[in-house]
Ligand binder design. Structure first.
Ligand code: NAP
Length: 260
């Protein structure tokens, strides 16, 4: 058996129209998966679909705001009715509002928590029935949920109260769901990206003086990561190679979290 073959598997990636999500989608596409990417920006979505199609994948884009609970359910239902199954869900959509804790409004706090954490809960809950159908009682070929955390799942920073709360919550939610759904042969894991060059962190580099250089100095690899460096972990966590890996929290960070 090839543990890295995703032929016949169907994967949804929220926020898969750019950045880390697209890096993961490209990896899974190359491994043979059918890809459904979902996000707000349809222009980015269309471009991402053509990139995935040039890799030989069947790919589509569904417009989605992950803070809309009904739309998350619709995404799962539409995917299952079009492709007949759902094997992999990557809860990747994320946002940040960078402020000192005393400056947040409750609406801003909720916006970050809803986008990053509640959406992952809602999409996972919505995906459960379809995934259970795949995997119940078997030891391989079950459902795979891949959550995207952050170094702020582990560490804090003065400007990251809401974001760190959401990403810390992602880890604990992952562990709880992994325990609950192991009986249904659904594996739930979290990937913790280090500092990766994307739209999100381009904003951070503008807002936080000296961030770029500090990250280079602190990361043992001596550089920022790239979205394409998430292809490998995506294929591993989406395929049979990870059938006994669940509740895990895996940094992909050039050693950032290992540095004392
Ligand atoms: N880059 C890093 O260094 C880093 C480090 C740790 C964790 N992360 C996490 O990695 C994930 C991806 O981020 P990224 O760095 O790749 O940044 P990005 O390129 O800005 O990607 C974020 C994606 O999330 C989508 N998104 C945001 N709000 C959404 C909403 N309400 N509904 C639907 N989609 C939404 C965006 O799609 P639209 O443009 O269509 O809205 C976008 O494609 C996030 O969860 C982020 O927290 C990133």
């Amino acid at each position: 058996m090839n543990n890295f073959d995703l032929e016949g598997r169907v994967a949804i990636i929220t926020g898969g129209n750019g950045g880390i999500g697209l890096g993961m989608a490209e990896g899974m596409a190359r491994a043979g998966a059918t890809i459904v990417i979902a996000g707000r920006n349809a222009n980015k979505g269309t471009k991402a679909v053509s990139t995935l199609e040039t890799l030989g994948a069947t790919a589509s884009f569904i417009t989605l705001d992950v803070t809309d609970e009904a739309a998350c359910h619709q995404l799962i239902d539409d995917t299952v009715s079009t492709h007949g199954r759902l094997d992999v869900l990557v809860n990747n959509a994320g946002t940040n509002i960078r402020k000192e804790p005393e400056e947040y409004t409750v609406a801003e706090w909720r916006f970050v928590l809803d986008t990053n954490l509640t959406s992952a809960f809602v999409c996972s809950q919505a995906a459960y029935a379809a995934m259970k159908k795949l995997g119940g009682g078997k030891t391989s070929g079950g459902g795979k949920i891949i959550n995207i955390g952050s170094m702020f799942s582990l560490f804090g920073a003065s400007f990251s109260t809401a974001y760190a709360a959401s990403k810390g919550g992602m880890v604990q939610m992952t562990k709880a769901m992994a325990c609950a759904w192991a009986k249904d042969n659904i594996q739930v894991n979290t990937v913790l990206p280090g500092w990766i060059d994307t739209e999100l962190t381009r904003g951070a580099r503008q807002d936080v003086e000296g961030l770029h250089e500090r990250i280079e100095a602190r990361t043992p690899a001596g550089r920022w990561g790239r979205p394409d460096e998430f292809a490998g972990i995506a294929v591993f966590l989406a395929g049979s190679g990870s059938d006994f890996v669940t509740g895990a929290v895996i940094p992909v960070d050039g050693g950032f979290a290992a540095q004392g």
